[in-house]
Design a protein around this ligand. Sequence first.
Ligand code: ATP
Length: 312
Amino acid sequence: MISTYAVLSEGLEKRFGAIHALRGLDLAVERGAVCGILGPNGAGKTTAVRLLTTLLRPDAGSARVAGHDLVREPEAVRRSIAVTGQYASVDGDLTGRQNLRLFARLHRVRGPAERAAELLDRFGLTEAADRRASTYSGGMRRRLDLAASLVRRPEILFLDEPTTGLDPASRNDIWGAVRALKEEGTTVLLTTQYLEEADQLADHIALVDQGQVARTGSPSQLKAVVGTYVEAVVADPDLLVKAADVLDQLTGGEPVFDHERGSVGAVTRDTTLTLPRVVRELDAAGVPLLDASIRPPTLDDVFLRLTKERAA
Ligand code: ATP
């Protein structure tokens, strides 16, 4: 039977000396899905990708990737996947086109020149195709990396922080490419520190914290865990604490300060709380406002909340 999961791991562990980087990672990624692995610095995201792509061996646990056993069939796993991100490499001395033709020949892809041209076109690199890759901008280089990893049409694509350090336009280009891959049925497993990126792209998110999956769900399922977010931007920073008291009473949630914005926010599960009431109560308490809002939580809120819960 063909598994409905492109990646299925159980209890994956990895230690680096005294550091227990992965402490039993359980992950299930459906075929054709885009799965976002989200977590703070040092959570174990890169280690998870390195294990699942056979670059490292697990100390314990098991996984099937594209239906193959990670430890017993590493070659078969490697044939089914591609990895790009922090350790992807194109040769700066070669042109974009030469790089892609080289990858195509290495992987014995039929019609290497045609495949290179097709990918250059798809990633908006046709005009720059015959320039050395070292002259490319960061965004172009990242697109070339991605194109190189797709030369042989992998079943599963692992993207390790694909847009870290890119400007918004280049980030959008990469996002477009990921969406197109999904439409073609490629499974994408993507690590990111950008919650917005996961929100934009992922069908399914695994929140990783301290080497374990702390929570999974679709972006909207994860947001529903948190509740509604109420925020007040006060005119006078000295009144922030007073505003927090009011929000505390209204929401029952723990107020969080953003001193840079001069704001205080809190989460509520009370679906009847309205913005006029928030403004009225703050006004009655003598807190002049610059702005106030009630909005659904962002994944940032979810993330902060869940990591805080775990730390507690
Ligand atoms: P980031 O978002 O910063 O890339 P991450 O979630 O990808 O973080 P990992 O890079 O997987 O986290 O690291 C997990 C833990 O394992 C960290 O404490 C890190 O310092 C440690 N670690 C990772 N690789 C090694 C290594 N080769 N040797 C020693 N420690 C390592």
